[in-house]
Design a protein around this ligand. Structure first.
Ligand SMILES: [Zn+2]
Length: 403
């Protein structure tokens, strides 16, 4: 039996990160080789001229909420908390807004199209699983994920938005959600929300150990309380040999520590293989990205909330997110701007444990074209007019997903 030769595509006239030039030879959805410019087209192959664009790996959206965004739905004015930021109160506002929203599958689809249009090819979404919504949200998002599997890889976190101990039935629901297809188990402010750090983490890490899933915990607690919870999470990651499979999202408390305390906790995080997700939120302390990376901590990013009950911002563009991270971190030098870019690409891939990511031989041919000379210019300029390729196929152009 003979097989027709697989089509190979030579992407030419492009710039690569690191101010290199070359051509990308792609076949069967993978990068076969990066060859010198001017290399001959293999017999039977096709050539695609990328017009001198900068080619970068597909972006990694490391933290989003597909179930709770109102993007594409009617505008929902932000409701302020009565007495400063209060997670419990925000969760109540969210329940109120969700009751009057367009169908969840429709809203999730809008958000995926927004992200893919900007160049995201891999995503981690937290989805509510708790006593208030049961499994209905996760069942909806699992179906949405399946319907978009040719467009984007989505990893799902079973997220106890109403707490674990505070919301009866949640431990069992979380375990069931993992059985349904969640790759990650979430958590929420074990101390301030559930008021029992050990009991909360026993449940989260118990499920992770039994089911072999990863962990990603929302942690808004600041100061010493936040630092204590971070140390407890890191200790459990080490005890269960889960280095590289545990993340803490937000970890605002890391932005409150003095240099010595930060140094100690950064070493602990690096040693424990616990990654930190930050979206560089406005008007509050957030993790010091450069210091954490210098200590060996994986720092990744995500849009988090887009047009939802927590804040009205967000556009699903991870390149703009790199820009925001750089801006808020005071990054001016080229190597710092490149660091911001790494956070939304390779560091995200590391945090999510993606094995076939990047512009290298054998990796899946997921890439984005940018109108920029090099990465620092892309991060400060956030150019539009992009083309997004997944497994060598163009899936979006100028922000619009191709049908
Ligand atoms: Zn979140």
């Amino acid at each position: 039996m003979t097989h027709a030769p697989a089509t190979t595509t030579l992407f030419t006239n492009l710039r690569l990160p690191g101010r290199r030039r070359g051509s990308l030879l792609v076949g069967e959805g993978r990068i076969l080789a990066i060859v010198p410019e001017g290399e001959a087209l293999p017999e039977g192959g096709e050539r695609v001229d990328l017009g001198d664009a900068l080619v970068v790996p597909g972006f990694v959206e490391g933290h989003i909420h597909l179930d709770t965004s109102f993007y594409g739905d009617a505008w929902k004015p932000h409701i302020p908390c009565t007495n400063g930021f209060d997670v419990r109160e925000r969760v109540a506002f969210q329940a109120q807004n969700m009751a009057n929203a367009a169908p969840m599958a429709e809203r999730a689809k809008n958000q995926i199209a927004l992200c893919v249009g900007h160049g995201t090819t891999r995503m981690r979404s937290h989805v509510m699983v708790d006593g208030s919504v049961g499994l209905t949200s996760i069942e909806t998002i699992l179906a949405v994920r399946d319907a978009h599997k040719d467009l984007i890889d989505i990893e799902l976190v079973a997220f106890p938005q109403s707490g674990i101990l505070s919301s009866p039935g949640t431990p069992e629901l979380l375990e069931t959600a993992v059985g349904l297809g969640c790759e990650v188990i979430g958590g929420l402010d074990p101390a301030s929300f559930d008021r029992d750090t050990h009991a909360h983490l026993d449940i989260v890490f118990g499920i992770a150990e039994r089911r072999g899933v990863k962990v990603d915990i929302h942690l808004h607690d600041g100061g010493l309380l936040g630092a204590y919870e971070i140390e407890e999470i890191a200790a459990r990651a080490r005890a269960l040999s889960m280095e590289g499979r545990v993340a803490i999202s937000h970890a605002y408390g890391l932005g409150d520590l003095d240099r010595d305390a930060l140094g100690r906790i950064a070493d602990t995080l690096a040693r424990s293989g616990v990654a930190i997700m930050t979206n560089a939120p406005g008007a509050r302390a957030f993790p010091p990205v450069a210091a954490l990376r210098a200590a060996g901590v994986t720092v990744f990013s995500g849009s988090d909330n887009i047009r939802d009950s927590w804040w009205p911002y967000g556009d699903g563009d991870m390149l703009r997110r790199a820009n925001l991270i750089g801006y808020r971190s005071g990054f001016y030098e080229d190597h710092e701007l490149e660091m911001a870019f790494d956070i939304v690409t390779h560091a995200g891939a590391k945090a999510l444990g993606l094995a076939d990511y990047g512009l290298a031989e054998g990796m899946r041919a997921d890439f984005v074209t940018l109108g920029a000379e090099h990465l620092p210019q892309a991060v400060v300029g956030v150019p539009g007019g992009r083309a997004v390729y997944r497994a060598g196929r163009c899936i979006a152009r100028d922000g619009v997903v191709l049908g």
